[in-house]
Ligand binder design. Structure first.
Ligand SMILES: [Zn+2]
Length: 460
């Protein structure tokens, strides 16, 4: 491994070639570890990171490879500061979703790291081994530079994020090793959104909250019979009618501090009627005209309200038999501040039929708040963004999907999604085929995280 001269606490402006080489080597090593559920799990990736930290001089006692399952360990490491202020926690996840070679383009293998036409290809290049490589490279860099931040920095790279993370990953760490990861706040490189348009940095979103994913099961039952003698009562008709009612169900708009700020910033950035509606809604969260207009866009609608949509359907046991059972799953994404019990009540009420059995199929017990829009984090980002990418807009955002940030927010550690590396608008390939990241955007992410964390850790 290349070692540069310690800079005695001074930050250089851009990553040296050495750190680029190191970042690329870490990225490649991680992508080529098949850390999927059916592959080798996350432990080999955790051990690989631990090896690199150790080689860089991080003390053995500051590196923990831990977890309840041998296949799904996490790695947690600490860089000691001067003890001024509570630590900052940096998180990412080591696991990736499945990928099959035959589903990818010829010449690409999801678990072979390939550089082609100014892109890095491989499973995890977007979600989220690029982010992990960025964090690990910088951790090593800080150690080698001899930088002593005001406060401790903790890095936690976890298992099982893609599998809801409750058993082995961040939730397990919170429950069993809270002291190891206790922090004033957390930066989550798996969240937030750095967007380029035609290759140019355009928007930086810091995620300050997320919706809660739940599943509701609807089931109808019937005594059944022979298909030659049908009756009015029928499990499939009954379920179909219930779903028809769900189609009509629209949850009330519920803007919060984060989505108001998000609409205000997006409204200022964009132009046209949508932009006018966003500005209006940010000013008056009860503006019904703006709500009606923006709700026609599925993404804005998802920011404005809780949603429930059927995603799975099954029923009947034979094509010549009257069905005895029919079942559907609703995927519900609940806004922070909206109680799960109220969502369930609204679903039952909309269906309005006691014969339909309605119950939670998946519900994590706690509700998660949004994180306060911490001025230190946002002003550091604003200053750095204007220096690195003049004209870029910094936006607080609500994630419509879920990340490990929810567990931390639920445990009282405010969490900010800061991706670090830009992705091209419309080129989102996370969980998909031919996943890739621009080579330049990856290296810029390495440089960005170095400067961002240095600004935050020496703040106050
Ligand atoms: Zn992810």
């Amino acid at each position: 491994m290349a070692v540069v001269q310690p800079l005695a606490g001074q930050a250089s402006a851009a990553p040296t070639q050495d750190y680029r080489r190191l970042a690329r080597a870490i990225f490649q090593e991680l992508v080529e570890i098949k850390s999927t559920e059916s592959g080798v799990g996350s432990t080999p990736a955790a051990l690989a990171v631990a090896r690199r930290l150790r080689a860089a001089g991080v003390a053995e006692s500051d590196i923990q490879v831990i977890g309840p399952s041998p296949r799904k360990k996490n790695v947690v490491a600490r860089l000691h500061g001067k003890g001024i202020g509570k630590p900052i926690l940096l998180i990412g996840h080591l696991d990736v979703v499945e990928a099959r070679r035959e589903d990818w383009s010829p010449g690409l293998d999801p678990f072979k790291f390939v550089e082609r036409d100014a892109y890095f290809y491989g499973r995890g290049t977007q979600d989220m081994k690029a982010g992990v490589a960025i964090l690990v490279t910088n951790f090593i860099r800080w150690k080698q530079e001899g930088w002593v931040p005001d406060r401790d920095l903790i890095i936690a790279l976890t298992a099982d994020e893609e599998e809801y993370g409750d058993g082995d990953g961040i939730a397990w760490l919170l429950k069993n090793h809270r002291k190891l990861i206790e922090a004033e706040y957390c930066l989550n490189a798996d969240s937030g959104d750095f967007q380029t348009r035609d290759g140019k940095p355009y928007m930086v979103t810091i995620a300050a909250g997320e919706k809660k994913e739940t599943m509701i099961q609807l089931q109808t039952t019937n005594r059944g019979g022979h298909g030659s003698v049908p009756r009015k009562d029928n499990a499939i008709y009954e379920l179909g009618n219930a779903l028809k009612r769900i189609e009509q169900l629209q949850f009330p708009p519920m803007l919060n501090e984060v989505t108001r700020a998000e609409f205000a910033a997006m409204g200022a950035l964009e132009s046209g009627p949508d932009a006018r509606d966003m500005v209006a809604l940010a000013g008056d969260p009860a503006d019904s005209t703006a709500i009606e207009h923006l709700s026609r866009d599925p993404y804005y609608n998802a920011l404005i309200r809780t949603t429930c949509v059927p995603t799975m359907l099954e029923g009947g046991h034979g094509s010549s038999a009257l069905p005895q059972r029919a079942k559907a799953v609703l995927n519900c994404r609940i806004l922070p501040g909206h109680a799960s019990a109220d969502v369930m009540r609204a679903v039952r009420q909309a269906i309005g039929n006691d014969q339909v059995d309605v119950k939670w199929q998946f519900l994590e017990p706690s509700d998660w708040p949004t994180s306060p829009l911490n001025p230190a984090v946002f002003s550091a980002m604003n200053q750095l963004a204007q220096r690195l990418w003049p004209g870029v807009t910094v936006v607080p955002g609500l994630e419509t999907g879920g990340t490990d940030g929810r567990f931390l927010r639920g445990a009282g550690i405010p969490t900010y999604g800061v991706a670090g590396a830009f992705l091209e608008q419309g080129d989102i390939r996370a969980h998909g085929r031919d996943e890739r990241i621009r080579v330049r955007d990856f290296y810029d992410g390495v440089a960005f995280y170095d400067q961002f964390v240095k600004a935050l850790a020496n703040h106050e």
